[in-house]
Design a protein around this ligand. Structure first.
Ligand SMILES: C[S@@+](CC[C@H](N)C(=O)[O-])C[C@H]1O[C@@H](n2cnc3c(N)ncnc32)[C@H](O)[C@@H]1O
Length: 288
């Protein structure tokens, strides 16, 4: 007889008490199995080469870097993150699942992305808007310069960015997440909380909360103190940092439903949607 997932939770414990916030995060906002093929595809389309050497800045639990080394026996990855406990969680839960050979091809650095880490990546990514932690031009420029220096000549740097009129509106936006794992949690709801936005500085406090089928709630699982950078600002700073052919990938629109298709292509102009996510790419020049 199939067990009801909600009944597998420990007796007397609310789901919010037993759920692990990093597991919830990985299930609700990360998708290495779709992100890595997306990076590989864009890299190969742009350079004509296979992506074998990958760097994940702000890697957190290193979910993406860990997945990358499973994708091909010659794949190597570097992950950099400032927060020791998050990296340790990643080592315990993600890296430990890799084979010894895959582990050998993965390097995790407990450090600041503003510092130089010896690695020459074909592609470096900074996902889930992590670079928005840098709130002034000189610091973001310093990061972009450092990111360029960590790339091989001709290497690609990719960032994601979010915008649209809705991003300026303080609001809590729930999204249901299916969870088929037998972990006692069941399906849950991810809540993106655009808490405090200052239009004068674009400083933004955003939060992630989770709610569960038993009615319990994990408030402030993650809190981000960011500056909401705009696309022109980021693209200008990338050029200033020495990147060339700075371009962006915009999501296609299904003409019948007017919904996003989930596939991204290089575009020359964006669309004034109420909420969008795009990817910005800079290329490290071959000769300097
Ligand atoms: C929003 S999480 C992103 C996690 C993951 N990359 C993702 O795509 O979901 C931001 C991460 O950036 C890390 N971080 C913040 N400032 C950093 C810095 N200066 N250098 C390295 N990592 C930093 C935090 O420790 C945190 O793990």
């Amino acid at each position: 007889m199939a067990k009801s997932k909600t009944k597998t939770k420990k007796k007397g414990h609310k789901m919010a008490d037993i759920a692990d916030r990093h597991v919830l995060y990985q299930k609700s906002v990360q998708g290495p199995d779709s992100d890595i093929p997306f990076f590989e595809h864009h890299y190969e389309e742009y350079t004509g080469k296979k992506l074998r050497n990958f760097r994940e800045d702000f890697c957190g639990t290193a979910a993406m870097a860990s997945y990358f080394v499973t994708h091909h026996r010659n794949n190597r990855a570097l992950g950099v993150d400032l927060h020791g406990p998050t990296l340790e969680w990643g080592i315990k839960h993600n890296v430990s699942r890799l084979t010894p050979k895959q582990q050998e091809r993965l390097t995790l650095v407990h450090g600041n992305v503003l510092d130089r880490h010896p690695w020459r990546a074909q592609m470096t990514v900074a996902m889930n808007f992590s670079y928005m932690v840098f709130k002034d031009r000189p610091t973001l420029l310093k990061y972009f310069k450092q990111a360029r220096k960590s790339l091989q000549p001709g290497g690609l740097f990719m960032l994601d960015i979010w915008g649209g009129s809705e991003c300026f509106v303080p609001q809590e936006e729930p999204r249901d997440v299916e969870n088929s794992d037998d972990d006692g949690i069941g399906d849950f709801t991810f809540i993106w909380d655009q808490d405090v936005f200052d239009p004068a500085t674009h400083f933004y406090t955003t939060r992630i909360h989770y709610t569960f089928q038993d009615g319990s709630e994990m408030r402030d699982a993650f809190i981000y103190d960011w500056r909401l950078w705009t696309m022109p600002e980021v693209m200008e700073l990338l050029r200033e940092a020495g990147f060339e052919d700075v371009h962006f990938l915009w999501e296609g629109t299904n003409k019948r439903t007017n919904e996003g298709t989930g596939t991204y292509h290089r575009a020359e102009v964006g669309e004034a949607d109420t909420a969008w996510i795009a990817y910005i790419v800079g290329v490290n020049p071959r000769k300097r």
